[in-house]
Design a binder for this molecule. Sequence first.
Ligand code: ADP
Length: 498
Amino acid sequence: MPESAHRRKLRILFASSEAVPFAKTGGLGDVAGSLPRALKHAGAKVAVILPKYGTIPEQYRSQMKHVADFYVPLSWRNVYCGIEKLELQGLDFYFVDNEQYFKRDGLYGYGDDGERFAFFSKAILEAIVKVPELACDVLHCNDWQTALCPVFLNEFYRGAPQCADIKTVMTVHNIKFQGQFGDNMLSDVLGLADIPAARDQLHGDGNSINFMKGGLCYADALTTVSPSYAYELQMPYYGEGLDGIFRRRSNNLTGILNGIDTTIWNPKTDALIVANYSSDDLSNKAECKRALQEELGLRQDPTRPLVVMVGRLTNQKGLGLVRYAMDGIMKRGVQVAILGTGDADQEEAFRYFDSRYGDMMCAKIMFDSDLSHRMYAGGDILLMPSEFEPCGLSQMIAMRYGTLPLVRETGGLRDSVIPYNKFTGEGTGFRFSNMNADEMADTLLGACEIFWTDPDLWKSLQVQAMGTDFSWKKAANQYMDVYHGLHPEVIRYNKRRD
Ligand code: ADP
């Protein structure tokens, strides 16, 4: 321990392009909505910073207070930046305001996304320098949208006393999205063209630059959202071209499994489901299933295993296997219900199955958070045959509702679902290993066999699944370990509690 060590709260600035309840397109939004609060409970002083999107609900926008404004240098530009603040349930959220960049109908998918998030990343550092309440020990960045923070910090801001001792953590939520843009941005937007180290480390394929790559090279510590994904990222199959960097930095890479919000997702108190239940008394789950079958126009038959899927309809989610196996599954009298939106061809395929299989298959091609609660509560099995899955939340939510997940052994699915072991009776779900539709269908029909023939075993698996601890507390303590590893001079404020 350094001589000057002292006990105080470590100050964490959590930078994210989305956070529930303000803006969400995927898992990152959920994480940024829950983890900072858990970090606060674990003994950190936490603030969250995100863009002030035009889509943030008015109820929050109207409560925001103006804190500061200044101009952010972006190569030859000087761009206006306002900082607004909102305290929500004891946690401080700061919003980077620039209407030209962020007052739009959506979060991403615009031609100038590179410039928008380069601005966001640089604005965060300017804000740390100019707004005293944003002083921090650790700047925690997430995915490509904030990956330039460590780059800008080291190349432009180390001289500022507010930034001299800041350490950076870069968390990868999904390596598929890296923020790749034309390399003209280096001079035109980032102002980094004359710095060889930055140029080299941001350089992507051909004439491109890669924001994520820059973040991975410059950040002090790297984390990702499950231990298995941390391992997989080092392999060419999963690393999406950056596996070499993950291998090189494997000593600084930690996999920490996400949690879920256990107050929102709780079958005992959930007001969005027709009847509440718990692992002590599961009887009302049958009513949830009946009501879901009714709502979805499925045959109201308790003897049919009801397989549900909730999620984005994209290739990542292994939907090719489901499409291939659908006929066989249907022939065995199993019901399938899907809630999701995504790629047009996937949506079309499941609409087709819906019309083809009448009251045995239902595809709801929409985003409906309320319905997702009823799907998790009413299903018997949640199918998630993902090709890759950094963490995955759906399988954890399903377990909480006693809906047994059937997953492919990858990433967070592997780390969160204990496969049924017929010798010990242990298990919280079912797993298969290869991207093979027959293997998936066999595992599914094996699970259905238990559903049909051994209700006591089924119930025991449900109880084990519901008893799993998916709260954020454990993850928060692991992040605290990472932060304190970067700042050994600060003694932990709260003793670690698991
Ligand atoms: P990813 O982050 O890859 O999209 P996750 O499983 O980590 O997948 O998180 C997805 C989250 O979004 C879950 O909370 C899931 O319930 C929710 N979700 C996804 N699609 C829908 C939808 N169509 N309607 C309601 N909720 C959805």
